[in-house]
Design a protein around this ligand. Structure first.
Ligand code: PEP
Ligand code: MG
Length: 588
């Protein structure tokens, strides 16, 4: 353990991670050592099998009791969707197939319980952890948590759940259960080496309103117990041994954010409307049902993009119509009467893919609508599920990765076929369900006017549109400087899409990340966008900007931006505008 004097002598170190839950914490570290348990492989005698099995039964019973307690606590603290994390862990503990095979191996292989449990549950864990997909990797930690809980109980070790004083918890990883149980103490914040925004630490911390930064890589090795740190859950930073000046600066930042957030909270039920009365829709992008409660709190006008491909994560086959219907129904009912735009599976590219395909250039390959048009049965099942969830008339359907008019017509034919089937079966649906396309391929952008004649709405997917327009891979670090949302070509292209789309009476929204960039809000507003669909975190901030400007003024600013020739020029100008109009909105 380091002393305070050591800390003071040490230099300030800034570690960069992923912001998982907003807020700023300043305080001492409490380090939790959560490394993989060391498991010894031991042979046992046939007469020891009974004792080994009874030891395991007791460990399972104790783990069950612990998890039950956690679940009870969760029921008091968290919403239903988050409680499911713990229910799922209990289900693993109650999985008789899994434990029959573990008991069987102890009997047949004559190995100790720790080894067999570690090995057998570890198999699932490894497969999930090797997944390319973040969501599956995160769920792997739940399996690991159950395994480690049983192992800890087999080794009769105690669980750390009581802390002295208030501290910032630092650990290699924290499970949802850890985060929840530790929160009974005065926890200032959570910082972990691994994890992403969808990790359970992130979900639970957000629900408990405790600042958290995940994915800090090696923070648990760099800090010591009682080290002083600042945890910035807005920017995703941990500052070790902060100087007095940094502490002062962050205290001021915390104060500023508190005031800002208090003011933002008052905006929740107000419309996203400019000072001179132009109303736009401000919706949220959603990947998981667990986010619904949060987006409602944030005051979303609806869901502008539901990325349905997240239902495929961790699956080997496409989910059935029934399974999909259950999910879509939850979205539609929870958000009612607000609108929910369900995007059909956008598989391929860098996303989940249900079958191995070798492609030299997956982003230009078999992706999105191209895959679905080649799989009519699966496409129709998804469309039927969406239609069945549309009875309250608040669901729209959207097609991704459209590059030709034929694709739109073809996809619409499938939708008609799905409707026809349901009609014949007497199954209710919204016959006037609205159809939209994503504008994320330059050819679709050029054809915006024609696209608008085919559908009710267009939604610009800038994440892909920028990469295809500028020939810059959105996931490639080497060329990330060239991935410029403020490139004048992007802005001029956007103007064209909005103008041409609206000329044919389409409603034009944007669901790419650019819609959630506060620096871009006035510009996009001035372009005439009808809807902004953004990551839930930034929603109040974007609403505040929209409510603080005149549409006329935004149009004037946009007109000026449209004369500029470099992204640098645009950024500098917009930053100047923002500084003047919104000095309290932090723009990086
Ligand atoms: C986009 O491309 O902008 C978009 C919203 O889709 P995704 O990020 O899911 O590809
Ligand atoms: Mg896209």
């Amino acid at each position: 353990m380091s002393t305070k004097a050591d800390s003071a002598a040490r230099e300030e170190v800034v570690l960069k991670g992923i912001p998982a839950s907003q807020g700023i914490a300043i305080g001492p570290v409490f380090l939790i050592h959560k490394m993989d348990p060391v498991i010894e492989e031991r042979s046992i005698l046939p007469e020891e099998v009974g004792r080994e099995i009874s030891r395991l039964e007791q460990a399972i019973a104790r783990s069950h009791k612990e998890l039950r307690k956690i679940l009870d606590f969760a029921e008091k603290k968290l919403s239903d969707d988050k409680i499911k994390i713990f229910e799922a862990q209990l289900m693993i503990l109650e999985d008789s197939v899994l434990f029959d095979s573990i008991y069987g191996r102890i009997r047949n292989e004559l190995k100790n319980a720790e080894f067999v449990v570690h090995d057998e549950i570890g198999k699932y864990h490894r497969v999930m952890l090797a997944s390319k997909d973040e969501y599956t990797r995160e769920r792997a930690h739940d399996v690991e948590d159950v395994r480690n809980r049983i192992l800890r109980n087999l080794q009769e070790q105690k669980l750390i759940s009581r802390l002295e004083g208030s501290s910032v918890i630092v650990s290699y990883n924290l499970t949802a259960a850890d985060a929840l149980i530790l929160s009974r103490n005065e926890v200032l914040g959570y910082a972990t080496d691994i994890g992403g925004v969808t990790s359970h630490t992130a979900l639970v911390s957000r629900a408990l309103k405790i600042p958290a930064v995940v994915g800090l890589r090696n923070v648990s090795h760099v800090v010591h117990d009682a080290d002083r740190v600042i945890l910035d859950g807005y920017a995703g930073r941990l500052i070790l041994n902060p100087s007095a000046e940094s502490i002062k600066r962050y205290e001021a930042k915390r104060e500023r954010y508190h005031e800002f957030e208090a003011r933002l909270a008052g905006l929740r039920d107000l419309p996203a409307e400019t000072l001179d009365g132009r109303r736009v829709d401000l919706s949220a992008n959603v990947e998981f049902e667990q986010e619904l409660e949060f987006i409602k709190i944030q005051g979303a006008d609806g869901i502008g993009l539901y990325r349905s491909e997240y239902l495929l994560v961790g699956k080997e086959v496409f989910p059935s119509e029934e399974e999909q219907f259950e999910h879509y129904k939850v979205l539609a009912e929870t958000m009612y009467p607000k609108r929910v735009i369900i995007r059909t599976f956008d598989v391929g590219g860098d996303k989940v893919m249900m079958e191995p395909v070798r492609e030299g250039n997956p982003f230009l390959g078999w992706r999105g609508i191209r895959v679905m048009l080649d799989k009519p049965d699966i496409f129709i099942e998804q469309l039927r599920a969406i239609l069945r969830a549309s009875t309250k008339k608040n669901v729209s359907v959207m097609f991704p990765m459209i590059s030709t008019i034929e694709e739109v017509r073809h996809a619409k034919k499938f939708l008609e076929e799905a409707k026809h089937q349901l009609r014949n079966e007497g199954v209710p649906y919204d016959p006037r369900i609205k159809v939209g396309v994503m504008i994320e391929v330059p050819s679709a952008a050029v054809m915006a006017e024609d696209m608008a004649e085919e559908v009710t709405f267009l939604s610009v997917g800038t994440n892909d549109l920028i990469q295809y327009l500028l020939a810059v891979d959105r996931g490639n670090d080497i060329v990330s400087d060239l991935y410029q949302e403020f490139h004048p070509a992007v802005i001029r292209f956007l103007r064209r899409i909005v103008e041409r789309g609206k000329k044919k009476n389409a409603w034009v929204g944007m669901c790419g990340e650019m819609a959630g960039d506060p620096l871009a809000t006035i510009l996009l507003l001035g372009l005439g966008l009808d809807e902004f669909s953004v990551v839930p975190n930034v929603l109040p901030e974007i609403k505040k900007i929209i409510r603080s400007v005149k549409y006329k003024e935004a149009q004037r600013i946009t007109k000026r931006v449209l004369t500029m020739q470099t992204a640098g020029e645009v950024r500098t100008y917009l930053k100047k505008v923002m500084k003047k109009k919104f000095p309290d909105i932090p723009i990086d």
